[in-house]
Design a protein around this ligand. Structure first.
Ligand code: ZN
Length: 161
């Protein structure tokens, strides 16, 4: 399957970056030892992302993804692993929230988004929003669970946010 090319509203530079991640995904695979292991689907487009990560001292020590689907969903997952690997859970969640806001059409924090700016064009396509945020949905759910386990005695992790 060739997958879908990004739509023309993505800048050429950004299209190249998206396709580069799509063709050569970073951190692709499944970790042997993982604190979080979660799979999410976007049935509208047929996208799938499985995320495994190892959490050490409140930071994302290792992260890998496996998935299939369109170029937007897979490049978003690849860029996400690059953006948060080695970073604290708090930072990862802030980036996830910033990315989601950007895709929903809000102003983006370009310094924080970095290469993720390439996916901003997805905000112009309602059907692409779910593709772009799939990996981040998976991340937020996975980290929410991981943080809940670390904060023993805290309230229900589902109530956060
Ligand atoms: Zn998709």
């Amino acid at each position: 399957m060739a997958g879908n090319d990004p739509e023309p509203h993505f800048d050429e530079l950004y299209r190249d970056l998206i396709l580069d991640h799509y063709r050569m995904p970073r951190n692709r695979g499944v970790l042997d030892v993982a604190d979080v292991d979660l799979t999410q689907f976007n049935p509208v487009c047929g996208d799938e992302v499985r995320l495994t990560a190892r959490i050490v001292d409140g930071a994302v020590a290792e992260i890998a993804f496996l998935g299939q689907g369109c170029s937007i969903s897979q490049s978003s997952a690849s860029m996400m692993t690059e953006a948060i690997r080695g970073r604290s859970l708090d930072h990862a969640i802030r980036v996830a929230q910033g990315f989601r806001a950007m895709i929903l059409g809000e102003d983006a924090d370009e310094a924080m988004m970095g290469d993720l700016m390439a996916l901003q064009g997805a905000s112009r396509y309602p059907t692409r929003v779910k593709c772009a945020v799939l990996a981040w949905d998976t991340l937020q759910r996975a980290l929410g669970g991981a943080r809940g386990r670390e904060d023993v005695g805290s309230s229900d992790p589902d109530s956060a946010g």
